[in-house]
Design a protein around this ligand. Structure first.
Ligand code: HEC
Length: 216
């Protein structure tokens, strides 16, 4: 009887120790839950890849001279310089259409073309082309674009808005030499720049009244 009693106390102790152990384990577990999650290896790699894309996109945008046409300029003592505060935001919507001899510019000569000092407006056989807003503003820029929309412009040489050709002076043919991954990098980078709200007008076709008198 005594032996049995002794045994049962031992069992009780064991049970108590086991319970304490379980509670401690539980405490450790819940503590781990509140620890900041360390990114998994896969997430780490994704972030590294994203940063690489942004860096490469930035270099390609500089090399491609996108800013020469897509950024409004400011006049400095050394001439016109791209305005950093309006980087890649396109033809400024608050500026009136420049006064130009539109009909004469394209009259009869398909090769003739003209650009404004700003280089955001280009007149030629395509009519009047306005450099678009490449910032990630969702309404007026490319913020709501899918990556593929962007790549298609350079691959299929198509105008995104109306399925028309990109007939502007933009050297799309040269840019189409870029690989899928390089174009993707440009898109990823452009999504990281400052979004600027600027609604760029649509291209004025050569059939417009603006060109009345020309042969086109
Ligand atoms: C020589 C001037 C020029 C350069 C350089 C230039 N663009 Fe453009 N881009 C334009 C003009 C003008 C338009 C408007 C085209 C139109 O309305 O037909 C345009 C349109 C676009 C569009 C919109 C097309 C659409 O269908 O809506 C994208 C995207 C674009 N450019 C990206 C770029 C990128 C990226 C670069 C640099 C790698 C670049 N551009 C360099 C002049 C230029």
């Amino acid at each position: 009887m005594g032996r049995f009693k002794h045994c049962s106390i031992l069992d009780c102790r064991r049970i108590v120790f086991a319970l304490i152990f379980i509670v401690m384990l539980g405490a450790c577990g819940s503590k781990a839950e509140f620890k900041p999650q360390k990114p998994s290896k896969a997430e780490d790699q994704e972030e590294v890849y994203r940063k690489y894309n942004v860096e490469r996109g930035k270099r390609l945008v500089e090399l491609g001279g996108c800013s020469q046409c897509h950024t409004p300029k400011i006049k400095t003592t050394f001439g016109y310089k791209p305005d950093k505060d309006r980087f890649l935001s396109g033809y400024p919507s608050d500026e009136p259409l420049p006064e130009l001899p539109y009909a004469e510019i394209i009259a009869g000569e398909a090769e003739k073309s003209f650009y404004t000092t700003d280089a955001t407006v280009w007149v030629g056989r395509w009519g009047v082309g306005f450099a678009t807003n490449l910032t990630p503003d969702p309404e007026t820029g490319i913020g709501a674009w899918e990556e593929q929309d962007f790549i298609d412009i350079f691959r299929g040489n198509k105008h995104f808005a109306d399925g028309d050709q990109v007939t502007s002076p933009m050297p799309v043919r040269a840019y189409s030499q870029l690989s899928y991954f390089e174009l993707k990098s440009i898109f990823v980078y452009l999504q990281t720049i400052e979004p600027i709200s600027n609604e760029v007008p649509k291209r004025i076709p050569p059939e417009s009244d603006l060109f009345e008198g020309s042969d086109i």
